[in-house]
Design a protein around this ligand. Structure first.
Ligand code: ATP
Length: 365
């Protein structure tokens, strides 16, 4: 059965474009409007195809900001060109100038994973299970093609809302995605979601995405992350991750099903060989059968998400993404850049607002 059309496809008048001059054929085919979000190297704007009046997202990547990292843009685009899956944001077409790369992408209007929880009135284990199923379906598809995403986090999971109030997830931001042909050693990712084998530089592969999915599943059920430094100390956070040391804190986990906990244990597994594959996650009864409970967790989870993450409006989100980008590539150079900035400007948050908020408020457990 074809899936229902997403909500909100009616064409709204676009705000006047005030950015740098656009590629000629892009400008002749699309009218470009307001900013939807931004990152370190890219701005994402809404746009409308002049011919069909269909809305899209336009990701404008500033090549001049990516000197020395051109291979990352090439990798992002070449992977996006290859993939086609209902839970992955699709690339429609691309335009190049010497300084800019324009990617016309499917528009996803429902905000990110945390927005979806915050805006719901009812939110249950079943909703969380369906989000995990969507994410893992995308990962299973990528992993079967030996592609690792390497930046699985709530900000990169965009939500499609349908008229019958159902939702589905689309995975975006393939900026760190690569094809795995041999063990990888580049230290990258986002601290809360980073797998131990990335930190200990022992060589890693596809399973780092499953670790991050385990961390997200944990957060989806209680509103705070499994690994937190009470003193906002990144070394301490990494120690916990390396040991795989986390708990299902009472009372927050008292009402959560054993099945959900059991699945999380299989995903947040330090030993990569013992850690579930995407297919094993999809086959787990909490995801595939009826073991996810129907109890409303909304008040409790959204309250904790507010305390631990920056779940405010788009302007906060945009700021969060900009800063998050400083730690996105956690290679040693960037890692120390992030730590330097902690000390240079005492008024700015240490890393991303989301990151710093959860580490600062970990004592609320
Ligand atoms: N297809 C889309 N539809 C709607 N909004 C989108 C879409 N793609 C991206 N966005 C918005 O733009 C933001 C930035 O996009 P994206 O993460 O792809 O950029 P980036 O520069 O690669 O980010 P980062 O520096 O964090 O890696 C997203 O967090 C989201 O809010």
């Amino acid at each position: 059965m074809p899936s229902p059309k997403p909500r909100g496809r009616a064409v709204s008048p676009l705000a006047i474009y005030d950015g740098p001059a656009l590629h000629d054929s892009l400008a002749s085919r699309y009218s470009v409007g307001r900013i939807l979000g931004d990152g370190n190297f890219a701005v994402v704007r809404e746009c409308v195809c002049r011919k069909t009046r269909e809305e899209y997202a336009l990701k404008i990547i500033d090549k001049t900001k990516c000197r020395g990292k051109e291979h990352m843009i090439e990798s992002e685009v070449s992977i996006l060109r290859q993939v086609s899956h209902p839970n992955i944001v699709s690339l429609i077409e691309e335009f190049h100038t010497p300084t800019q790369l324009y990617l016309v992408m499917e528009l996803v209007k429902g905000g990110d994973l945390f927005d979806a929880i915050a805006s719901a009135t009812r939110y249950t284990e079943k909703d969380a299970s369906s989000m995990v199923r969507d994410l893992t379906s995308a990962l299973d598809y990528l992993h079967q093609r030996s592609i690792v995403h390497r930046d699985i986090k709530p900000e990169n999971l965009l939500v499609v809302e349908y008229p019958n109030d159902s939702k589905s997830l689309k995975l975006g931001d393939f900026g760190l995605a690569v094809e795995v042909t041999e063990p990888l050693y580049t230290v990258c990712g986002t601290p809360t979601y980073v797998a131990p084998e990335i930190l200990n530089e022992s060589g890693y592969g596809l399973k780092v995405d499953i670790w991050a999915t385990g961390v997200i599943t944990y957060i989806l059920l209680c509103g705070f992350p499994p690994f937190v430094s009470a003193t906002n100390n990144q070394e301490e956070l990494f120690e916990q991750i390396l040991r795989g040391s986390y708990e299902f804190h009472s009372p927050y986990w008292d009402d959560i099903s054993d099945s959900a906990r059991e699945l999380i244990v299989q995903m947040i597994q330090v030993d990569q060989d013992k850690r579930f594959s995407a297919q094993e996650v999809l086959d787990h009864p909490w995801v595939s059968d009826d073991e996810a409970l129907d109890r409303n967790l909304h008040l409790r989870v959204s309250h904790k998400l507010d305390l631990h993450f920056d779940t405010n409006g788009p302007q906060h989100k945009a700021a969060g993404i900009t800063l998050m980008a400083q730690v996105t590539a956690l290679d040693k150079e960037k890692h120390s850049l992030c730590r330097e900035s902690e000390f240079k400007d005492p008024t700015s948050p240490p890393c991303s607002p989301r990151l710093s908020l959860f580490t600062n408020s970990s004592q609320v457990f």
